[in-house]
Write a protein that binds this ligand. Structure first.
Ligand SMILES: Cc1cc2nc3c(=O)[nH]c(=O)nc-3n(C[C@H](O)[C@H](O)[C@H](O)COP(=O)(O)OP(=O)(O)OC[C@H]3O[C@@H](n4cnc5c(N)ncnc54)[C@H](O)[C@@H]3O)c2cc1C
Length: 302
C-alpha cells in the first residue's frame, strides 16, 4: 500500500532500519504470525521519538520486545511493528552501585547476568524468562515467588507525542501480570532495577536451581509463549487443565503440552487460528467442569 511505501521511504531518509512485509513468525517465540506491513528496529531513543511523531500519523504502530508473550494473526498486521531488540539492549550499573539501568530491548536474561557479575541480588527469579526488560515491565513478569514489581524502581517511556516520561513508585500501578503500561500504547525505553548487594555464589546457585526447575517442568523444546493462562484466584491453571483431561488435546498443530498443561505449544506449523481455537476449547471445558474462568495471559496484536 502506498502509505507503507511512504513510511519506508521516510524511515530510509532518517537512516532507520526497516523491513517491508516482515514475517512475524520470526519475531515470536510461538513461531506464528503473518507479515507486518513494516517492521522497524530503532537504534536509539531519538529514532523512537521520531517514529512516534511522524509515522503514527500514517499507520498504527505496535511496540514489541522478544515476542515471547504474543500471538500475531495469520493474516498479519496492517501497520508498523517497532521491535526493541539487540540494537537497544544496553545494561549498566548506575553510579549508586545498586541500580541496574537497562534499555528496554535487553533480554531479561542479560539483566540477570549483569546483576550476577556485579554481585547484585533480587533479580534471580527472572533467570529463564525469555522476554525483554520492556516486555517484562509491561506485564510485570514473574516466576518462583518473585515479580518484576519487587525490583523495578522506575520506567521511562516515549509517549504518543514523542515526549520522554518517567514513571516511578506507586504510579507504576503494578499488580499480577499488570502495570501502568498495560493496554496503553506507550513505548518503554528504559527500566531501573533497584537491587541489593549479595553473595555472587548464592546468586549463581539460585539462578542454576531455578533453571533446572524450568528445564524439568517446561516443554522448552517446543515453540510456545510460556504459560498461556493467568493463575485464577484460588487455583492453578495447569492443574485445572490437567484435571479436565485436556493434556495432549490438539487443534491442528497447536497442542496442550503433555509435560506442562499450562503451556499451549506449537508442535509443527500451528496457525494463530489453531491456537485461538484451542484456547477457547480449554477455557470452555475448564469453566464447565470446574467453574473457574481462565483468562489468557498471552496478548494478541491486532
Ligand atoms: C518458555 C517460556 C517461558 C516463560 N516463562 C515466563 C515466566 O516464568 N514468567 C512470566 O511472567 N512470563 C513468562 N513467559 C512469557 C514472556 O517471556 C514474558 O511475559 C515476557 O515478559 C514478555 O516479554 P517480551 O519482550 O517477549 O514481550 P512481547 O511478547 O514482545 O510483548 C508482550 C507485551 O508487552 C508489550 N511490550 C513489549 N515491549 C514493550 C516496550 N518496550 N514498550 C511497551 N510495550 C512493550 C507488547 O506490546 C505486548 O503487549 C515465558 C515465555 C516462554 C516462551
Amino acid at each position: 500500500m502506498e502509505k507503507f511505501e511512504t513510511i519506508l521511504k521516510m524511515c530510509a531518509e532518517q537512516g532507520i532500519s526497516c523491513i517491508p512485509q516482515a514475517p512475524m513468525k520470526e519475531y515470536t517465540s510461538f513461531h506464528i504470525g503473518g507479515p507486518a506491513a513494516v517492521l522497524v528496529k530503532p537504534k536509539c531513543v531519538e529514532e523512537i521519538c521520531w517514529i512516534r511523531r511522524n509515522v503514527e500519523k500514517l499507520a498504527k504502530v505496535w511496540f514489541v520486545g522478544k515476542g515471547s508473550n504474543l500471538l500475531i494473526p495469520d493474516e498479519g498486521l496492517e501497520g508498523v511493528v517497532v521491535v526493541l531488540g539487540p540494537e537497544f539492549s544496553d545494561v549498566r550499573v548506575d553510579r549508586d552501585g545498586f541500580t541496574l539501568v537497562c534499555e528496554a530491548g535487553a533480554p531479561l536474561m542479560k539483566a540477570c547476568r549483569e546483576a550476577l557479575e556485579h554481585g547484585l541480588t533480587g533479580l534471580e527469579f527472572a533467570w529463564g524468562i525469555p522476554g525483554s526488560v520492556g516486555g517484562g515491565a509491561y506485564m510485570n513478569a514473574g516466576a518462583y515467588g518473585g515479580e518484576l514489581k519487587d525490583v523495578i524502581a522506575w520506567c521511562e517511556h516515549v509517549d504518543q507525542k514523542g515526549n520522554l516520561c518517567r514513571v516511578e513508585g506507586n504510579a507504576l500501578d503494578f499488580s499480577y501480570r499488570h502495570s501502568f503500561y498495560t493496554g496503553k500504547n506507550l513505548c518503554i525505553i528504559r527500566v531501573g532495577f533497584r537491587l541489593e548487594k549479595g553473595d555472587p555464589q548464592q546468586i549463581r546457585a539460585r539462578m542454576d536451581e531455578l533453571m533446572t526447575r524450568r528445564k524439568e517442568k517446561q516443554p522448552l523444546e517446543f515453540p510456545s509463549a510460556g504459560s498461556t493462562f493467568k493463575r485464577p484466584e484460588g487455583a492453578y491453571a495447569a492443574a485445572l487443565i490437567e484435571q479436565c483431561g485436556l493434556k495432549g488435546v490438539r487443534v491442528g498443530d497447536a497442542m496442550v503440552s503433555e509435560k506442562h498443561s499450562g503451556f499451549l505449544i506449537n508442535v509443527g506449523n500451528a496457525t494463530c487460528a489453531d491456537v485461538q481455537e484451542l484456547i477457547r476449547q480449554v477455557q470452555e471445558k475448564v469453566w464447565q467442569k470446574t467453574g473457574f474462568r481462565l483468562e489468557c495471559e498471552v496478548g494478541t496484536l491486532k
